[in-house]
Design a protein. Structure first.
Length: 146
């Protein structure tokens, strides 16, 4: 498992209000961090999309789009990997409990939602959700392709 070492400074580490207008700042930071970590443009775009889905879920579902609530995002590099960590005080969440989306089913028969976690899992090499001290900690890792 890859994590940001304690002695490694983050390129981006900020607490933001649970406001949808903050999604762009997170996506920009993840894209810049990915490029700084040596990921190619396609990989940077993919991990930025995964981060966009994750932060949207945090703002809308975990924090109820309440700008009085806040979450933390940390973007850094560990070896050959970009590491993005989100922390939020929302209720416990288990991404493994999200039903897999059947992409072969006709659109009209698919339930609304669920594609975000499909994209997160597809575009990240590691996805971990932990709960510590009443805080959800979601870590996304994307490695450089060699």
């Amino acid at each position: 498992m890859t994590s940001l070492p304690n002695d490694t400074p983050a390129q981006f580490d900020v607490v933001l209000a649970a406001d949808l207008e903050n999604i762009e700042a997170v996506v920009d930071a993840v894209t810049a961090g990915a490029l700084n970590a040596g990921l190619d443009q396609r990989s940077a775009s993919e991990v930025a999309l995964a981060a966009c889905e994750a932060v949207t879920n945090i703002i809308v579902h975990a924090l109820g789009s309440d700008p009085q609530q806040s979450f933390r995002v940390c973007v850094g590099q560990a070896g050959d990997a970009l590491v993005v960590r989100f922390e939020d005080p929302g209720p416990p969440f288990d991404p493994d409990a999200v039903a897999a989306v059947d992409l072969r089913a006709p659109l009209a028969e698919r339930p609304v939602g669920g594609l975000g976690w499909l994209l997160i899992r597809r575009y990240c090499d590691e996805v971990r959700m932990e709960r510590s001290a009443q805080t959800n900690i979601l870590t996304l890792v994307r490695r450089r392709k060699t």
